[in-house]
Design a protein. Structure first.
Length: 329
């Protein structure tokens, strides 16, 4: 009896650990995507087109995956039937399928602001918006993990996360000229928390395990691509043609990064919740930024002690925030 009782608890803890590791990987990919999309937007002179290219390549990848894998098509059909049935058991509504609008906004802010603010300041702005809003999103029960109450450890974890990222970029915060621009990625961080929650709901309704998560990513990218296509049409009329497409193929991999972390996030949020998922991505962002600066250092952005200290502190925030989940599950 004792052994049997402990097995579900051990399995839940393993799921939590795997979810945190996946969240860390999502954050690392987000940092890479920010650098890629920011560089593409700078060379094009048009952040909207850079975001459109990112979402367009991601949409193509997911469309091919859906065409080749029957399980993904079945998951997409499950979502469609759930939306058409207003009395569906999963409670999915049409507005829960437009998380791509949030993603499109965040990617657009990457393309507009990263080359001005730098990746580090961009990330601190996103974190500032995401850390607090994810607490509220979990409290309201938007995500598939259900309603999660405010606790002292979760609030402390959010505070530590913000302090960690501010510490990591403290050397760059002495130049206030571009900080007003950081309002955009801060709003993008708020949008990210909402997006992760509702994409998790879509993946849950889609069913099919990893196929459901990929289906949620496909819907996310499709909605975002259509929205950005409309915005780019307006932008083209108002501002004229952008610069020619750059020849560097690496700059076009932002969409592929997005496909991976959106699909993984839609699956992981059901296990760890929006708040812990957000903190895991923060740690991944910091470590990836640190690795990029070490392996491909920029002359004007050396690795400093505050960056290393902030990275360590971010891990502490993740551990503190995850403690209630590990105990409860």
């Amino acid at each position: 009896m004792t052994v049997t009782a402990h097995r579900p608890e051990a399995s839940a803890r393993r799921q939590q650990a795997a979810g945190l590791a996946a969240a860390f990987g999502i954050g690392a990919l987000f940092a890479v995507q920010s650098r890629l999309n920011g560089g593409l937007g700078e060379l094009l002179g048009d952040g909207v087109l850079a975001a459109l290219i990112s979402f367009g390549t991601g949409s193509v990848i997911l469309a091919i995956a859906a065409a080749l894998v029957p399980g993904i098509r079945r998951s997409l059909a499950n979502v469609w039937h759930a939306i058409r049935d207003p009395q569906n058991a999963g409670g999915l509504r049409w507005w829960q399928c437009i998380g791509g609008l949030c993603g499109a906004f965040l990617v657009t802010t990457q393309s507009f602001t990263v080359h001005v603010l730098g990746v580090a300041v961009f990330i601190v702005a996103v974190v500032a918006g995401q850390a607090g809003s994810s607490l509220i999103v979990d409290r309201l029960g938007f995500g598939p993990a259900g309603r999660q109450e405010f606790t002292t450890l979760r609030i402390v974890g959010a505070g530590i996360a913000v302090v960690a990222v501010v510490l990591a970029v403290s050397d760059q915060l002495g130049h206030p000229s571009g900080l007003l621009l950081a309002i955009l990625p801060a709003l993008g961080g708020v949008a990210t928390a909402v997006q992760q929650a509702i994409n998790g709901r879509v993946a849950q309704t889609a069913e099919g395990g990893r196929h459901g998560a990929v289906a949620a990513g496909a819907i996310n990218f499709g909605v975002g691509f259509v929205a950005l296509l409309i915005v780019f049409g307006i932008d083209l009329v108002l501002r004229g043609a952008p610069n020619p497409l750059p020849s560097n193929p690496w700059l076009y991999l932002g969409g592929a990064c997005g496909v991976i972390f959106m699909s993984v996030a839609a699956a992981v949020v059901r296990v760890v919740g929006v708040f812990v998922l957000g903190l895991g991505t923060i740690a991944g962002q910091l470590v990836a930024s640190l690795a990029i600066d070490l392996l491909a250092p920029a002359a004007d952005k050396p690795v400093t002690l505050p960056v290393i200290a902030g990275t360590v502190l971010a891990f502490a925030a993740v551990v503190v925030a995850a403690i209630p989940n590990l105990r409860r599950r």
